[in-house]
Design a protein around this ligand. Structure first.
Ligand SMILES: Cc1ncc(COP(=O)(O)O)c(C=O)c1O
Length: 446
């Protein structure tokens, strides 16, 4: 049987269910980010595994797109949620659990003295951009190509770079103007957006030298996609440049926050941004986001007598169930000493993947920091979006299919480890990876 036949047989009920839902579900999926090779309808999940409608169990490295660092249905997170549910679902009012989460975040993340909640990372990003504009009185945004900041207008300019031709690999970013990743984004947004390659301090310096007077902030993932680390000196370099030009530095720590360290990438690399954006892990599997910064900025933009005063609101801001889940996750992570353990789990796992590539003689780079990991089948070092375009897309896709055929939910780009993944799970995954790469190479030779 081919892998396609195996997967179609294995996922028969998921495929049937998704086909039946297609007339009601635009494009047949929940989100443009859902890029699965086959329909897989999840029925339930526990620890590091999910079970689908056909009853298959899968080792899960997607983990709800990243919030579930303790794995699915962790008993202490579930208990906190159940206790909260006995008191109600949402109140649209001050509540102790969201206050406690805010205190915990402020005590953990070096760059946050006070914060506002949102209901998602996307919302938190566009809120942070507004904060920066209000504070500086300027409109322009500088960002890095290929970083994902959610799906607001400015986040989708050179974010997914969906329409960029593969030939751009070796070209400089043209005039630092963005690619538009979605229809419906006004030209006025694009006119306010400047784009630089990640890890290229010289280009950031050039853009700022030319346009700083128009730019409110530089927004960045401190570790791009939690996969590509900053070159030594890059983060301190952008910190110095942004400070010198009086523009705010925003770290989007939706993925890195409470993952690569309790205080996120800013703790790991000891660089403090002006504003920090959080999401995923802070909601413990429920929708949540936050934007925070030092008192100097937050007090200035929340001074009702100031013309810099920003309006920020939301039905679900400070949602008690999300806060209870997020707080429980963060508490368990630190109480049980998980940060150093996740870091060494990630390091050892990446080393083992590199060893497989070496053994098979396959060019590639194993990326990731902390519990995030990904394999770029490329002869070139991946340091930014364009060098990432050199990845062998066919080999990547073949390996995804091989992993799926072996019951592993593996993504061609980013994957996450969680505390529920056991040594045996990781060994099984490494064996499946080796077999999948071998198989893909054999097919290529046919
Ligand atoms: C770095 C980063 N920022 C923002 C977002 C958007 O968050 P959400 O999907 O919760 O809107 C994401 C989502 O994956 C992200 O990875």
């Amino acid at each position: 049987m081919t892998r396609t036949n195996i997967l179609e047989a294995k996922l028969a009920e998921s495929i049937r269910r998704m086909a039946a839902a297609k007339p009601f579900l635009a494009e047949g999926r929940f989100s443009s980010q859902d890029s699965k090779p086959y329909p897989l309808v999840v029925a339930r999940a526990s620890g590091g595994r999910v079970t689908d409608l056909d009853g298959n169990e899968w080792l899960d490295y997607n983990l709800g797109h990243g919030p579930l660092i303790l794995g699915h249905n962790h008993p202490e997170v579930r208990a906190a949620v159940e206790a909260q549910l006995t008191r109600g679902t949402t109140w649209g009012a001050f509540n102790e659990v969201a206050l406690e989460l805010a205190q915990t975040i402020c005590a953990s993340v070096p760059g946050i003295a006070s914060l506002r909640y949102t209901a998602s990372g996307t919302e938190a990003v566009f809120t942070a951009l507004r904060f920066a504009r209000a504070y500086t009185g300027r409109n322009g945004i500088l960002r890095f190509e290929g970083a994902y900041h959610g799906h607001s207008d400015l986040a989708l300019l050179s974010g997914k770079v969906a329409h960029a031709p593969a030939t751009i690999r070796d070209e400089p970013v043209p005039d630092s103007r963005p690619f538009v990743d979605s229809a419906g984004i006004p030209g006025s947004a694009a006119a306010e957006c400047f784009v630089a390659p990640y890890n290229n301090l010289a280009r950031v310096a050039e853009i700022l030298a030319q346009h700083a007077g128009r730019i409110a902030c530089l927004i960045m993932e401190p570790i791009q996609l939690c996969l590509i680390p900053p070159r030594p000196g890059f983060l301190t370099g952008v910190r110095e440049l942004t400070r010198r030009h009086g523009i705010l530095l925003i770290f989007d720590e939706v993925v890195t926050g409470f993952r690569v360290a309790r205080g996120g990438a800013q703790e790991l690399y000891e660089v403090r941004p002006d504003l920090t954006v959080l999401g995923k892990i802070t909601g413990g599997g429920f929708p949540n986001g936050a934007v925070g910064g030092p008192a100097e900025i937050m007090d200035a933009i929340f001074d009702p007598d100031s013309d810099r005063y920003v309006f920020h609101a939301g039905t679900f801001c400070g949602h008690p169930v999300a806060a209870a889940a997020g707080l429980a996750q963060i508490t368990v992570l630190s109480r049980d000493g998980w940060y150093p353990r996740l870091a060494s789990m990630g390091d050892e796992f990446r080393t083992a993947l590199r060893e497989i590539l070496r053994r098979l003689g396959v060019p590639g780079q194993v990326l990731g920091v902390g519990p995030a990991w990904g394999v770029a089948f490329s002869t070139r070092e991946v340091t930014d979006f364009r060098s990432g375009l050199s990845v062998d897309a066919r080999l990547s896709q073949d390996v995804v299919l091989g992993m799926w055929a072996r019951g592993i939910l593996y993504n061609a780009t980013r994957n996450y480890l969680c505390t529920a993944h056991t040594d045996r799970d990781l060994e099984e995954t490494l064996a499946a990876f080796e077999a999948s790469v071998r198989e893909a190479l054999d097919q290529r030779r046919i």
